[in-house]
Design a protein around this ligand. Structure first.
Ligand code: GLA
Length: 387
């Protein structure tokens, strides 16, 4: 892989002198959805699929970008001196956003770079292809320009760039899962305290299977920001009656007691999801620690129902994938993952049931939705590396 990437870099940028090869993973969230901007817990893990980058620092100010996933766009040029978000800049807004964010955080990038990317995460699949590019870019800048920055800070800078440069009000989960990934472990992160622990995922006789709906979604044009502001409205109204800082401060009983303070029925449903999902995530990690994978699976299923009925971010495609999965013997749990509105589901499936899962869910999906879904058995991988 490394040799092929370097060769391609040479073809595109003339030679490979000084070029280095890097990789940052994608992520899948096992449980704890739409909780990260509500001061709740999340439980994602990094994958072994992700984004490869070949990069070298330049002596002038020029930025030259090329993506093997968007060959037709050719080499896109810019400069470190005039970085601003541009609609027509397409995917390069992600690396550019990170270069800009470095400057905002006091790590000024004064020399340019040649950067070539190749990603094997399906775009728009909800497996965080954009956060993968952001963390990868930060990791490359740190290595090539000699900045002293922790991986945790790389995650925060990635999120900052997504919020402020690309206009998506995302939480910290994706960038954190990618920057802090650890093979065979998921990350139990408390997004209020920003404290985390690794939890080994030992699926004896079962695998994580991703089903990709192939319904494309972009966070920017989704209703993501709208959900976020509905939660903010609910929080502000709850704060009139109880001293909390985030929805994640409430348990279920407290929520039931105070929910009347939320005037609007829709905002009340959104908040109910945020509160219950947070508690489910804590319970799911406890179940996992006790090796009770069946209980973990049930909580995944409940998570989906709450995302479908209260948070309303699933849609026919994701619901079909999940509801068909629930019918298959040997499926321990199944839910949508990521922001929703398209993208993927994640399921824990017993080894002997994987073929039937693909077959049955695949056929039912094709019949109902009219195009095919893709299935991948995935592995949990490490955070970013230099190859
Ligand atoms: C997207 C965002 C995350 C998180 C999820 C939903 O992936 O980038 O911060 O909010 O949606 O859980």
């Amino acid at each position: 892989m490394k040799e092929q990437l370097l060769q391609k870099f040479g073809e595109i940028f003339g030679d490979t002198e000084g070029a280095e090869v890097y990789f940052a993973p994608g992520r899948v969230n096992l449980i704890g959805e739409h909780t990260d901007y509500n001061g709740g817990h999340v439980f994602p893990c990094a994958l072994t699929i992700g984004t490869y980058g070949v990069a070298r620092k330049r002596k002038d100010k020029k930025l030259r970008f090329y993506s093997m996933n968007f060959d037709r766009l050719g080499v896109l040029e810019s400069s470190v001196e005039k970085i601003k978000p541009e609609k027509e800049a397409g995917w390069t807004n992600y690396p550019k956003g990170v270069i800009w964010a470095f400057g905002q955080k006091g790590y000024e990038v004064t020399e340019g770079m040649d950067l070539m990317l190749f990603g094997n995460i399906p775009n728009g699949s909800g497996l965080s292809s954009s956060a993968s590019v952001e963390v990868l870019t930060g990791f490359i800048l740190r290595d090539q320009y000699g900045f002293s920055i922790s991986n945790e800070e790389l995650a925060l800078i990635g999120q900052f760039s997504e919020n402020r440069f690309n206009g998506v009000n995302c939480g910290i989960m994706d960038q954190f899962a990618i920057a802090m990934g650890k093979k065979d472990n998921a990350i139990f992160l408390d997004t209020a305290a920003m404290e985390f622990e690794y939890a080994p995922i030992r699926l004896e006789g079962a695998k994580l299977v991703i089903a990709c709906s192939n319904k494309k979604r972009g966070l920017g044009d989704s209703k993501y920001n709208e959900r976020r502001s509905e939660c903010e409205t609910a929080l502000a109204q709850l704060q009139q009656v109880i001293g909390i800082e985030t929805l994640g401060d409430l348990n279920e009983e407290q929520f039931e007691l105070y929910k009347g303070a939320i005037k609007d029925e829709v905002c009340q449903k959104r908040a109910r999801h945020a509160v219950y999902e947070n508690r489910r995530t804590v319970r799911a990690v406890e179940a996992l620690k006790q090796n009770d994978i069946e209980a973990f699976g049930r909580l995944m299923n409940e998570s989906h129902i709450s995302l479908r009925d209260d948070y309303e971010v699933t849609g026919e495609e994701l619901d079909t994938l999940v509801e068909e999965a629930w019918k298959v013997d040997g499926v321990i749990g199944s839910r949508m993952t990521g922001a929703g509105f398209g993208g993927c589901t994640v399921s824990i499936v017993k080894d002997e049931a994987i073929d039937a899962f693909r077959e049955k869910v695949g056929q039912a999906y094709l019949k109902k939705i009219g195009y095919a879904a893709d299935f991948y058995a995935v592995q949990i991988g490490d955070g970013p590396v230099k190859l």
